[in-house]
Design a protein around this ligand. Structure first.
Ligand SMILES: C[S@@+](CC[C@H](N)C(=O)[O-])C[C@H]1O[C@@H](n2cnc3c(N)ncnc32)[C@H](O)[C@@H]1O
Length: 207
């Protein structure tokens, strides 16, 4: 397994790749600096690593969260990432050599098609770094609704965001939404933890 180390906000060993991709697609990449190590720990400190079999990441960028996840994930678990920018997805393929990790070049809007039907209702965690405020309202809603379908009943949707644009979609789809401000990041983030997808139950269900 090969995986280069992560650094503090702005001190990532992958910062030149990040900056180059930001210059090419500023709206989509969303920030010129990767997330800080402290913020990554804060976002992921409630993850039940021992019982995690499938972790999905949207918008991994140069992989600061990705490497942290792989460092904690059980040996038989999987991490699947979806990254829209070719250059960033290729960077991850070239710098992370771990049989548990797969990266797809594509949009989180196509997550269900990319991940396949087998995965519906089986994902333990979905982490999103997508710049939701740069997306259409309908696309934001679709990504969150699809994520809720992909998660298992105990699953959790995690997101780090500069703005709170995504919050109404999160509250519509999840019964429990927790938000905390993370000032020690450049830029400061809103961190979200969302549980209990409001599933529509079949009316003839017998429990
Ligand atoms: C704010 S950056 C987060 C990068 C990194 N995870 C970090 O911790 O700093 C947003 C990332 O989402 C990617 N992205 C934007 N829109 C996307 C989409 N629709 N599907 C998948 N990835 C997308 C961008 O290319 C970029 O890598």
């Amino acid at each position: 397994m090969r995986s280069t180390s992560q650094g503090e906000n702005g001190g990532s060993p992958h910062w030149t790749t990040f900056l180059k991709e930001f210059a090419k697609a500023p709206l989509s990449v969303g920030s010129p600096i990767a997330t800080s190590t402290g913020t990554i720990k804060r976002q992921l400190d409630g993850v039940d690593w021992a019982n995690t079999g499938l972790f999905v990441e949207y918008g991994p960028g140069t992989g600061e969260f990705t490497r942290y996840i792989l460092a904690h994930l059980p040996r038989d678990a999987k991490l699947i990432a979806i990254e829209s920018e070719d250059g960033l997805a290729d960077h991850l393929r070239h710098t992370i050599d771990d049989p548990r990790f797969t990266v797809h070049t594509g949009s989180a809007l196509q997550a269900r098609a990319i991940l396949g039907d087998d995965v519906v209702g089986r994902v333990d965690y979905i982490l999103s770094g997508l710049p939701f405020s740069a997306l259409d309202k309908s696309d934001r809603a679709r990504i969150v609704e699809d994520a809720a379908r992909l998660l298992n009943d105990d699953g959790e949707f995690l997101a780090y965001q500069v703005r709170r644009t995504i919050e109404p979609s999160l509250r519509k789809v999840f019964a429990r939404v927790k938000r905390r401000r993370r000032w020690l990041n450049m830029p400061p983030y809103h961190l979200y933890w969302c549980r209990e997808p409001k599933r529509s139950r079949p009316s003839n269900r017998v429990d």
